[in-house]
Design a protein around this ligand. Structure first.
Ligand code: HEM
Length: 210
């Protein structure tokens, strides 16, 4: 492996882990939805008035772009290095998983989801009853929006469940004997996060009173 490809893989791993950490914090923060409008809106207000918000948003955008660009270049380099990739795919499918084979499809769906999601909630109308809490809960009262979120969380689960252990492996943080354990740990973590995000729209649709 060349120095350039190690650098690209490490960048892809680091930027992926940045987003992984953001998603854990974002999920924990959004669990405050269950505590009601006052707590949730206070939490959102504390975030908005934090001077670190803009730098954090810049980091999120830059890491997302770098993640996509490096993923593109690593995929191209892998394809060029394997001219008979179709033959190899057929014979090596035992070592790849559904999650690893769908990273690109899932990534594209997630990018579209993130753009729509930020437009809906960050730039949505928070002037109605219960502010941001009301906007989020009323949006999920629409079964189509909840369905869209549930569907989008499936590629999120696949993406995280493969990406977490892969990223640690690319950064050389894994002794070979730890790999099976970390693969399973990554899968559990990825699906716990996706399931956590699924619970919020379901709670808003069926349980929350606005
Ligand atoms: C279904 C559960 C989710 C809920 C209830 C939720 C809620 C929110 C809300 C209310 C905001 C706007 C915050 C504000 O204006 O202060 C927001 C922003 C955002 N969300 Fe989510 N979110 C969810 C899932 C996700 C997922 C799965 C992702 C990524 C894959 C994501 C990525 C983002 C990003 C990048 C922002 C913009 C952050 C910023 O600019 O400060 N969210 N979310």
């Amino acid at each position: 492996m060349t120095m350039a490809s190690i650098l690209k893989k490490s960048l892809m791993a680091l930027t992926g882990l940045c987003w992984f950490a953001y998603l854990v914090l974002h999920l924990l923060g959004n669990l405050a939805l269950w505590a009601g409008p006052q707590t949730y809106n206070d939490y959102a207000h504390a975030l908005i008035s934090n001077p670190l918000l803009i730098p954090a948003e810049i980091v999120l955008v830059v890491t997302l772009l770098v993640h996509i660009c490096t993923a593109w270049r690593v995929t191209n380099a892998n394809n060029e290095a394997r001219p008979q990739r179709y033959v190899m795919k057929a014979s090596s499918s035992g070592s790849s998983t559904l999650a690893s084979r769908t990273m690109w499809y899932g990534g594209v769906i997630l990018l579209a989801f993130i753009i729509l999601h930020v437009w809906m909630f960050k730039y949505g109308d928070q002037a109605g009853t219960h502010g941001l809490w009301g906007l989020v809960v009323r949006s999920f009262k629409n079964p189509f929006i909840t369905l869209m979120y549930l569907v989008a969380m499936v590629p999120l689960g696949f993406h995280l469940s493969h990406g977490f252990a892969s990223a640690l492996q690319s950064l050389g943080a894994l002794l070979p004997q730890w790999r099976p354990c970390l693969r399973t740990g990554g899968q559990v973590l990825g699906w716990v996060i996706a399931a956590g995000f699924m619970m919020l729209p379901l709670w808003a649709l069926f349980i929350a009173k606005v």
